[in-house]
Design a protein around this ligand. Structure first.
Ligand SMILES: [Zn+2]
Length: 148
């Protein structure tokens, strides 16, 4: 894959001025975050400092995001249930795997508050509640999502 360094864009995370772009990325068909086929195009870059993979935000990106989220349907292929990942051959909800990894690698208290930005239909919060039932969820909308 061809690439080049771009000096007039900044990393979204660390504000590093030098990022590496992959121009042949725009030749590939894409998939949206709700698992729908998406047209070719866009830009994909890698920050040379913090190594975050990222897109450049421009008018085309904003237009794509508006279209994608206008008709967004989370987990539509599984009837609203999150996808499974396979651990040692057994299916496990993706959010459970993430929560276990966080709890095994960081000191997470038994009580606290959590906010999931971009929570979809609340799968992560529902699963988190089963593992840390004494956490409270500060926004009523998330509590509603958890009750489903
Ligand atoms: Zn960076």
């Amino acid at each position: 894959m061809k690439y080049w360094s771009i000096m007039d864009k900044y990393c979204h995370v660390c504000k590093n001025k030098l990022v590496t772009s992959f121009p042949s990325y725009s030749d590939l068909y894409r998939v949206t975050s709700d698992c729908k086929p998406w047209k070719k195009g866009g830009y994909l870059s890698l920050c040379d400092n913090c190594h975050t993979i990222q897109c450049f935000i421009n008018d085309n990106w904003k237009s794509d995001v508006n279209i994608i989220y206008h008709d967004y349907s989370v987990y539509h292929q599984s009837g609203g249930y999150e996808q499974q990942v396979f651990i040692e051959g057994s299916p496990v909800p993706r959010s459970q795997r993430i929560i276990e990894a966080v709890i095994n690698n960081y000191s997470i208290p038994s009580e606290g508050r959590i906010l999931d930005i971009g929570c979809g239909n609340g799968s992560f919060l529902r699963k988190f509640h089963t593992i840390r039932p004494n956490f409270c969820y500060p926004v009523q909308r998330f509590q509603t999502a958890m009750s489903k």
